[in-house]
Design a protein around this ligand. Structure first.
Ligand code: BEZ
Length: 214
């Protein structure tokens, strides 16, 4: 138990190495490490053949080229079997005309979901799983989101998170509220004494917006 009465649960945090795994997917056997060198959004969904998940998959498939433009792959995961995944993507193709163009991992044993903390001993069932892990080309988890089963994620926000992480990695920037690519960035706060001394003559030393359009 922790200090506030919850069972102690190990869950992954930003900065952790994403646990590697190998699994069957709708695009063959894949390992997480196959994606090294690219960005990856690994995202779980509560169950196949459910309305919110179907809406997310349609939107993600339609946005695949925008993720590709960010050099970012997509990989879905749920506890449903591979055969359920095949049935669902066929139903989406046949009835909605959308091809699900990213792999879906099967995790019936919940081994992967538990390793990531998507499911814990406190979860009532796998419908707790609507988490997204934004993993950098070195395999490090750089952002995590977690939504309830009843609320769909925003694909625009998923794209924005990847773009913002990439912009910050280019250096000399942190991204302000609602930042979109090309918009003004903020200079990182001055942390070492010399740069603090230098910037403190500016009354807005703590809020240095800079054009980033070039
Ligand atoms: C859905 O994706 O629509 C959903 C999944 C689990 C519970 C409720 C809704």
């Amino acid at each position: 138990m922790d200090g506030i009465g919850n069972p102690t649960v190990i869950s992954l945090q930003i900065g952790d190495l994403a646990p590697n795994f190998q699994a069957r997917t709708t695009q063959g056997n894949l390992s997480l490490s196959d994606f090294r060198g690219r960005w990856l959004v690994l995202f779980s969904h509560p169950a196949d053949f459910t309305p919110v998940c179907t809406s997310e998959f349609i939107a993600l498939a339609r946005s695949k080229e925008r993720f590709d433009a960010l050099d970012c792959a997509l990989m879905a995961i749920s506890v449903d079997s591979l055969f359920s995944h095949y049935g669902w993507i066929k139903a989406i193709r046949d009835n909605i005309g959308v091809e699900i163009n990213f792999p879906i991992v099967e995790d019936p044993s919940q081994v992967i979901g538990r390793a990531y903390g998507m499911i814990t001993e406190r979860s009532q069932d796998a419908s707790a799983m609507r988490s997204s892990y934004f993993i950098d080309p070195n395999g490090i988890i750089r952002a995590i989101t977690c939504y309830p089963a009843t609320i769909g994620r925003s694909v625009e926000e998923m794209l924005r998170i990847v773009a913002a992480l990439k912009r910050v990695d280019k250096g000399e920037a942190v991204t302000p509220e609602g930042w979109m690519p090309g918009e003004a960035i903020l200079l990182p706060p001055p942390v070492d004494p010399a740069s603090f001394e230098k910037s403190v003559s500016d009354p807005l030393w703590f809020y240095r917006l800079r054009d980033d359009s070039k």
